[in-house]
Each structure stands twice: as C-alpha cells, then as structure tokens.
Design a protein around this ligand. Structure first.
Ligand SMILES: Cc1cc2nc3c(=O)[nH]c(=O)nc-3n(C[C@H](O)[C@H](O)[C@H](O)COP(=O)(O)OP(=O)(O)OC[C@H]3O[C@@H](n4cnc5c(N)ncnc54)[C@H](O)[C@@H]3O)c2cc1C
Length: 675
C-alpha cells in the first residue's frame, strides 16, 4: 500500500507515490518492464490508473529489428511470431536478413504488467482521468476527493490533436483483420505479405497485410490510409474476395479492428513539470506509417537510463516544434499531404517503392536511419512529379513563401527598368492576372461570410444592403471628395492592418497603426504620382513625403519577433518604393492583402480555392461590368490620361471595398492570431 503523508498540508486526503502511470497501455507497459529489468522498482510506490482492465487482446504489435537487437532480446518472452522473409508483388519472396519482422499480441504485454502488479503489490485504480495538475511540490491527480501525488506522473492517455488550418494533416490508418484458418496449406508461411495493393482503392490508399502464423492460420488485414475510417462492411467484401482468391476456403477465427492517427498536427498537452508523456501522446507514432512500438521501446530505455543516472525526466517530453524538424519530418509531411489530397497516388508510390528498392532499405528508411544518399536513391525510384507538386504547394502555404515571391517580383521589375515597356507588360500582366484570380474575388464572397456557410443562397436583401453601402461611399465622393478620401483611408487602414495583424499576432491598435503606415508608406514614397492622382479626384494634396527610414522600427519589430514573413515584407516594401506607385500598391494589395484575406476566408468557410473562386464569380463579374461602365462613362466625357484611369479605378475600388471591409469582420471577430 502506498504510504500516507501528513506533512503536506492539504484540505484533501493525500497519497504519495514515486510514479503514477496514467494510462497503462503499450508505452506504459514497456516503461514498467524496462524499470523492472533494471531492478528499479524495488521499494517503489507505484499507482496504475486506467479505465480498462487490459484483460483482452486488443492489438497486434509488429515491428522489425535484428535478432540481436535490444528490443528482440528484451521482449523475446512475448514475441509470439517472427518472419525472416517478406512476400512482395508477383509472388516474389525477399529475405529480410539481418532483420526480422516480429509479432506481439497485446495481451501478452499486458500480462507481463499484471505479473508485476502481483509481484510488487501495486495499487491499480480503474478510472478515467480528465486532468493532471501540478503545484509547487509535484504533479498530482484528484480522484473522488483524494489527491494522488507522485514525483513523476507518466501520462499515456490517448492524445488530442490540434490540427491547424492548411499546414497540418490529420488522417487515419484504419483496418479490419480476420484471423483465418485455411483448408489448403499456405504456400509460404515463413513470409509475410507487407503491402498488397491489388484491391479496390475506393478513392483512398488501401492494401492488404498477411501475417501467416502457421501452414493453416493467418491474419489477413485490410488497411486504409485516408481521411475516412474504413467500414467493416467494406472490408468484408474486400477480405472475402482476397482470401478466396489467394487461399481458397477458410473459416474466420477472430476479428481485429483498429485505427491509428496519422498526423503531423501538434498534440494538446501541457508538458507540466514532472508529467512525462509517453507513447502516442508523445509523438511516438510515425505519422506516415502508424508504427510506434519500436519508438516506444527505445523511449522506455532512455527513461530508465535517466532514472539510473538520477537525471530529471522532463527531457523526454517532445515539443511540437521538435517533431516538425528534420528531413524525415519533411518526408512524412509530404507523404501525409499526398495521402490526404491525392489519395489515388498512394498506390503507385508504395508499389514503386516496394518494387524498386530492397525491403531492408525501405525498413531502414522507415526507421529514419538512412543517409541522404539513400534517401535520394529511394525518391528517385518514386513517381516524383506528385512530390514536386506537393512541395511547391506546401511552400506556397508557408508564411515566408509569399513575401519571398513578392521580393523576387520587385527585384525583377526593378531590373526591367522603371517605365520601360518590358516593365509595363510584365507588371500589367501580373496586375490583371492578380486582380482576376484573387484581388477582386477575395472581396466577392462576402455573401457567404455573414452565415459562414458556403451553401447559403445569396438573398435579395443582402444585395440591396451591399449596393446601398457601396452607393453611399460613391455619393460621398461626389458630395465631398476630401471627406470621402479621408473616410477611405481610415477604413482601408483598418482593413489592411486587420489581415496582416492577425497573421503576425498584433494587437488591434498595432494592426490599425500598421495599416495606416502601409498606406502612408506606399503613397508617401510616391508623392508625385500620388498627388497627380489626388488632383484629379480632389484638391487635396499629400504634403509630406514618407522617408524610407520609417521602415527601420518595423524591421526591428520583425527581427525581435523572429518573423521571417514580416522581415521579407519590410524588404520588398523598401524595394517597392523605387517602383512606380501602381506597381507598389498592387504588390501590396494583391500579393499581400488579397491573398492573406483569401486564406483567412478559406479557413473561415472551409472551402477549396476552386469553390471559393466559383462562388465569387457572380459578384466578381458584376464588379468588372460596373467598372467597365464606370470607365466607359468617364472616357466618353474626357480626354483620357493614364492617371485619370487610375483615379476612376481608385474611386470604384473604394466604393465596392467599403461593404467588403464590414463583412470581413465576420472572418476576423476575435483577437486570436490566425494560424
Ligand atoms: C489496433 C492497433 C494496432 C497497432 N499495431 C501496431 C503495430 O503493429 N506496430 C506498431 O509499431 N504500432 C502499432 N500501433 C500503434 C501503437 O503502437 C499503439 O497505438 C500503441 O498502443 C500506443 O501506445 P500508447 O501507450 O500510446 O497507447 P495505448 O496502448 O492505447 O494506451 C493508452 C492507455 O490509456 C488508457 N486511457 C484512455 N483514456 C484514459 C484516461 N482518460 N485516463 C487514464 N487512462 C486512459 C487506455 O485505456 C489505454 O490503456 C497499433 C495501434 C492500434 C490502435
């Protein structure tokens, strides 16, 4: 029994332990076995808490390792089967040597822990824990008014993932397996079938595993990598057909189902001092394969090593940043992205991998132990076009990618020479393309923002309200252009600052300040051109030129925040001061503001780019028609100059952007930073 401590004053009864295991599944069992093997459990007070009594086989743990490897030696008592060969496509059998593929039935692992419970007389509570807390002394758990403290609480409760928009992928490896008894002997019981893709893919990536246990028994499992968990009915058909074709008549002895998260998202865990996360909760599942067992075993060894050396254990807790680093995390992300967004490509990728690369190298690669040369060889054998496409797509989603592109565009336009024909052609082409693809469309889905739903029909009331707001601004231009201009500058500052500020974690005040600065910087560094346009629409003149050094404090903020996207933005803004006003403004309006707004709308509506663009089409087209009418009306009354056109365009944009600014408040309702 654990000893009761009275010296700590608390309003609750108190029990203290050396270690509490919150969750006693695979990872906790492996830690307990390691501690026991190293004689570190003698005289230790241990409490185990799990809502499940772990009395039945709920999983099959497979892993590959060399015969003399620590994991094979340590767990030899519970390894119930080993295969030295793998059975690949077209009946090809390949040796795994020096590796072996090992199988452990989960109940055998749990039984080892049950033996330890008996041997040491530990206490076990069958309960589910919602929260682990900590105070100045140590971490603790409260159950029914009793406080359970421990030097360390090992937490292996199933993780909650926090997928953030776009960048994180969260899919599932789901499977249904039948343990079967065949009538005719299995031709190669020494070889297991790794991944057989000769089944209907059903718009996912699906394959069959076969683990023969004897000449007449085998586990045949259909596995899906995908967004949707495979249903038992679907598996039934696939399994029946597959088993009959390969093995003939059979009887089902047992059924195993399961689902493993395949995710590169951060796990919602607090990493409190003294609370050590284990297993799936500590990123031990390899996102692209779902294998975790070997990782968990090696993690248990690290824990034991640290305890032996009296080292603190908090180093075991992995942070979300840590797991996103390194080239293997990069490969995992790519594969997850392909499996989610191009599921049909999974089959050709895995088939090419298994056909062209020796299985030992594949397994070493999955263990993240290959060198770069091996990796290049492996990827060169795969259908690489989809990888390149996915890399480009993911780069495009990175915060730093867009400002980097804007920087490159600014450099190219400067190199083409100001006011030269090449610069005009390239910049006009970019502006037109940008306005059609995102500039106008990002403001043409406001009808969806009010309800936050893409399937809502646009109502006549909405159109009337929208046109009314735009018309008010237009009338203001005719009534008093100075007030209209000031009004436009205020709501544009608010709107521009809002989108950037959310992304960079600015307060509302700082966002507004940034928005007004951007406008002042772009207009004030092109004072002559600005005043030329202003003279056409008003008598108002911008009298202060914006000095370039005003960017310096912002650059300092960007450096202080270590925000690469912000740093790059400041650099291209600086360069844009040397480009004509229209180009400078368009770089910001299309390249920065509209695309940022587009992604925020995409997140808010949870829609694809294509769908948003299609939904924007009616209002988008109407905007172009209105603009053409506006320009036609103007050109019929005046001798047209380039700046006149821009002035008309400017008034038009200011009118239609006012209702858009109002509707975007549905997308940016809180102070929360957008991910
Ligand atoms: C069906 C299946 C088969 C798998 N096969 C393999 C394989 O072959 N090879 C491989 O490498 N990996 C495999 N994995 C992946 C991984 O090895 C397992 O998921 C493994 O069980 C993870 O260990 P864990 O300790 O993190 O979680 P678990 O083993 O699931 O243990 C978590 C424990 O926490 C308990 N618990 C839940 N909620 C609470 C709560 N609120 N409070 C307290 N306790 C709680 C649960 O009852 C459970 O006992 C498989 C996973 C599944 C699901």
């Amino acid at each position: 029994m654990p000893k009761k401590l009275s010296k700590l004053s608390t309003e609750f009864p108190l029990q203290e332990y050396d270690y509490i295991f919150c969750g006693v599944g695979a990872s906790a069992s492996l830690v307990l076995l390691q501690l026991h093997n190293h004689n570190l459990l003698v005289n230790k007070h241990i409490l185990l808490i799990d809502p499940d009594n772990k009395r039945k086989k709920d999983k099959t743990f497979c892993f590959w390792a060399e015969e003399e490897e620590a994991i094979s030696i340590d767990l030899r008592n519970i390894i119930s089967h080993k295969w030295q060969n793998v059975w690949l496509a077209e009946g090809k059998i390949e040796s795994l040597k020096p590796l072996e593929y090992n199988h452990i039935a989960s109940i055998d692992l749990y039984n080892e822990v049950h033996n330890l419970i008996e041997q040491y007389g530990w206490e076990k509570i069958t309960d589910s824990i919602d929260q682990i807390k900590t105070d100045k002394i140590c971490p603790f758990i409260e159950i029914n008014g009793i406080i359970f403290r421990a030097k360390y609480i090992f937490d292996s409760r199933p993780p909650d993932y926090r997928p953030s928009f776009i960048k994180d992928i969260h899919i599932f490896q789901s499977f249904v397996g039948w343990l079967i008894k065949t009538e005719t002997p299995i031709s190669n019981p020494d070889a297991f079938r790794f991944m057989d893709f000769q089944i209907d893919q059903q718009n996912s990536t699906q394959f069959i595993y076969v683990l023969p246990f004897s000449e007449n028994t085998a586990l045949v499992e259909v596995t899906r990598f995908g967004e949707h968990i495979i249903e038992e009915d679907t598996c039934k058909k696939i399994l029946e057909e597959y088993i009959e074709t390969i093995f003939g008549k059979y009887a089902i002895l047992d059924v195993e189902t399961g689902c493993i998260p395949m995710s590169n998202a951060a796990i919602d865990k607090s990493n409190l001092p003294g609370v050590i996360s284990l297993g799936a909760r500590n990123y031990q599942i390899k996102p692209s394969t779902g294998y975790a067992f070997k990782n968990m075993y090696y993690q248990s060894r690290k824990i034991v090593e640290a305890i032996k050396n009296n080292q603190a254990l908090d180093f075991v807790n992995k942070s979300d940043l840590e797991i996103k680093k390194g080239r293997f995390a990069f490969y995992d992300n790519l594969l997850l992205d392909i499996l989610k967004n191009n599921p049909k490509k999974g089959k050709p990728i895995f088939e090419a991998l298994l056909a062209k690369t020796k299985i030992k190298l594949v397994l070493t690669f999955l263990d993240e132990k290959t060198n770069l040369k091996h990796d290049i060889f492996i990827f060169s054998q795969l259908p690489w076009a989809i990888f390149i496409k996915t890399i480009l797509k993911r780069w495009f989603q990175k915060n730093w990618f867009r400002p980097l592109m804007l920087l490159l565009i600014a450099i190219i336009l400067l190199l083409l020479g100001n006011h030269t024909m090449p610069q005009k052609y390239v910049s006009n082409g970019l502006i037109l393309g940008g306005m059609i693809s995102v500039g106008i469309p990002h403001g043409a889905v406001d009808h969806l923002l009010e309800s936050g739903r893409w399937d809502r029909r646009v109502t006549p009331l909405f159109i009337v309200k929208y046109l009314f707001l735009a018309a008010c601004v237009l009338l203001l231009w005719f009534a008093n252009s100075s007030i209209a201009l000031s009004f436009f500058l205020i709501y544009s500052s608010w709107h521009f600052g809002q989108a950037d500020g959310k992304r960079w974690g600015f307060s509302r005040g700082l966002s507004m300040f940034w928005g007004s600065f951007i406008l002042f910087f772009i207009l004030g560094t092109h004072i002559q051109e600005t005043n030329q346009i202003l003279q056409i629409i008003d008598t108002y003149k911008l009298s202060i030129e914006c000095p370039l050094w005003l960017l310096v404090p912002w650059f300092g903020v960007a450096l202080f925040k270590k925000n690469v996207s912000f740093i790059l933005t400041i650099i291209w803004l600086l360069l844009s001061a040397y480009l004509p006003l229209i180009i400078s403004f368009s770089l910001y309006f299309i390249g920065q503001h509209s695309i940022t707004g587009w992604y925020d709308i995409k997140k808010y509506l949870n829609m694809s780019n294509r769908l948003i663009w299609l939904h924007s089409l009616p209002f988008h087209s109407a905007a172009w028609i209105f603009l053409s009418l506006f320009l036609l009306n103007y050109t019929s009354t005046s001798a047209i100059q380039e700046y006149d056109l821009w002035a008309v365009f400017f008034i038009f944009i200011s009118s239609i952007s006012f209702p858009h600014v109002i509707y975007m408040n549905y997308v940016y309702p809180t102070k929360k930073k957008m991910k």
